[in-house]
Structures are given as structure tokens and as C-alpha cells.
Design a protein around this ligand. Structure first.
Ligand code: ZN
Length: 313
């Protein structure tokens, strides 16, 4: 079940037909109330041809990661950092292992804690592709592209995933094996760089179409001041057509803040590691009237990388 499906005109499925690539359908739908209180929604396909598959948003899984690693010609390294609850490999991509004690700036990125939120993966691909094209060596970037790999492989949406939502499982006592594995990897990365930022990539409710936003935890601590700085840097870099005008969306941290368990990842970065941690919500279909394609997601990722590179010059 998808959350936040209120404005159905913002849901624009994609279709694969005649064995060509995925494409958005036209922005149209029909709403049919049924006599028993349920309702049915249909999308109209003009010239359907031979339909191979239909999805809410562009899929992203291991096949896309293999292609990405191959096309970056040795720039990105792919390693297994541990196993999921169901014994699947948790992959980490990195541009440089670096050395213990290195002073180079470091960024750690996680996508797909909610396994259906594929826009986060496409933006991550844009970030990594631009790093590779620019052959960046002064920033140590490590990324977990498919953190909830069990949900990804099964096709689950992955919000409130049994036994705990991955993004409510971080902290001094990790509540999921996945978060234990990734926290240990974050600790390795921390030793090998000067951490400047943790990024957590998500997609919002299914019908949200106002642009990218940063669920933000307000405060005056030095680490929150740094988060405000990075929200401004990244928000400006992404650009008006893709960013919600009020992108500093205030929300309260969840979890046990006294014992620092059951936390969201950005809170884990901020409160346990004292590293600025940002969550980005990237829409499934539309941003301020602009229909989003794979090229848009890659462009957003490129702009994020460019903005960060310029900021640390
Ligand atoms: Zn999410």
C-alpha cells in the first residue's frame, strides 16, 4: 500500500511497451466509486501497443547498480558490507577506501530504507555518475544504494517493514541487522575521512508534487547550524524547478531520544555521531507541474554533487 495518494492527478505511472524503455504515461486518470465503498482508479493509455509492464515509478535494483559500476570504469568500487535479515548481500559503493586518519572530506549516503522509494536511488545514481565523470578524489563518498535489500527484492513498499521500519532502527542499540551492519560501515568511513555530511534519500507520499524537501529538525546546536548550511547549499544547487519553496519542513525527531535508540538515520548522524544528517524527499512523478523522468533524477543528483563540490573548494 502506498502512502499519501490523495491528489491522484500527481500519480503518473510508467509503462514499458513494445520492449522499449520505461516511459511516463500521459497525466490522466479516471476515478470510479464502487457501491460497497471501495473505489477504483484507471489510467488511460493512448496507443498502448504491446504492454510489457506498468509501474508507479522507474524501477531500480541490482541490475542498475551493476550497469552503473561497469560504466564508471573502475571509479566506483562495489563491496559487500554484511547481510540482511534474510541473508542477502548489503552492497556499498565507494569512490575511494581512503586511509585511517585521512583529512579528506567525507559523505555517507543511504537510499531505499523504504524499499519502494526508487526516486532516491535514481538521484543517488546521478550523484555517483557526476562524481565519476569529474573523477573527484578530494571527497570520500561511500553509499549504500539498496539498504532494505529484502524489500527491494520482494517488491515491498517497505514503510513500517516488519519487524521495524529500517528508518526507525538506528542508534546505540540498532534494532535491525541492516542498521547494525551499516552503522559499522559508517564507523569505518568515519575513521578514514573528515565527515562533513550524511544523506538519506527517500520519496514522499505517492501524490506529493511540490518538489524536493528536507524534513528538518530545528534547533541551535552547532550540528543543526551545519545542517541548515547544507540545506541551503543543496537546495540552491538543485534549483527552483525541483525544490519546494519551503524546503526547510520542520518535524520532530522520533525514537527514544534519551537512550538514543529507534532513531531515524538523520537523527543518528546528528545525535550519536555529531555529523550533519539530512533526509531528502524526492517526488515519484511530478515537481511543480514538471513531469519527472530518469534524466531529471540524474540531473538533480548531478546538481547536488556540484553544489557540494563548490561549497568545499
Ligand atoms: Zn522513506
Amino acid at each position: 500500500m502506498l502512502m499519501g495518494s490523495c491528489d491522484l492527478s500527481n500519480i503518473i505511472p510508467i509503462v514499458k511497451k513494445d520492449n522499449s524503455s520505461w516511459k511516463r504515461i500521459e497525466r490522466t486518470y479516471q476515478f470510479h466509486p464502487l457501491k460497497d465503498g471501495r473505489y477504483q482508479v484507471s489510467w488511460i493509455l493512448n496507443n498502448p501497443g504491446k504492454i510489457n509492464d506498468i509501474a508507479l515509478c522507474y524501477p531500480y535494483g541490482m541490475a542498475e547498480i551493476e550497469k552503473l559500476v561497469k560504466e564508471t570504469r573502475g571509479y566506483l568500487k562495489k563491496d559487500i558490507v554484511g547481510l540482511s535479515s534474510e541473508n542477502q548481500s548489503i552492497i556499498r559503493l565507494s569512490n575511494d577506501y581512503s586511509d585511517a586518519g585521512s583529512k579528506k572530506a567525507g559523505i555517507y549516503i543511504v537510499a531505499r530504507q523504504h524499499s519502494g522509494e526508487t526516486p532516491g536511488s535514481w538521484v543517488l545514481e546521478g550523484i555517483l555518475r557526476y562524481l565519476a565523470v569529474s573523477r573527484v578524489k578530494n571527497i570520500i563518498v561511500w553509499a549504500i544504494p539498496l539498504s532494505n535489500i529484502d524489500g527491494v527484492e520482494k517488491g515491498c513498499y517497505g514503510k513500517d517493514h516488519f519487524p521495524h521500519d529500517l528508518n526507525r532502527s538506528w542508534g546505540n542499540q540498532p534494532l535491525r541487522h541492516e542498521t547494525l551492519v551499516i552503522q559499522r560501515d559508517i564507523a569505518r568511513w568515519q575513521e578514514r575521512c573528515t565527515p562533513i555530511l550524511g544523506l538519506d534519500l527517500h520519496a514522499p507520499g505517492g501524490a506529493e508534487g511540490d518538489g524536493i524537501y528536507f524534513p528538518f529538525h530545528n534547533g541551535q546546536s552547532p550540528v543543526i547550524k551545519k545542517e541548515k548550511y547544507w540545506i541551503n547549499v543543496i537546495g540552491r544547487a538543485i534549483g527552483k524547478e525541483y525544490v519546494f519553496s519551503q524546503y526547510k519542513k520542520i518535524c520532530k525527531p522520533v525514537g527514544n531520544l534519551k537512550n538514543l535508540t529507534g532513531l531515524m538515520l538523520d537523527t543518528y548522524f546528528r545525535m550519536c555521531l555529531k555529523i550533519p544528517g539530512l533526509c531528502l524527499e524526492i517526488p515519484y512523478g511530478i515537481s511543480k507541474g514538471k513531469v519527472l523522468t530518469i534524466e531529471d533524477y540524474l540531473e538533480i543528483g548531478k546538481r547536488i554533487t556540484y553544489g557540494i563540490m563548490e561549497a568545499i573548494k
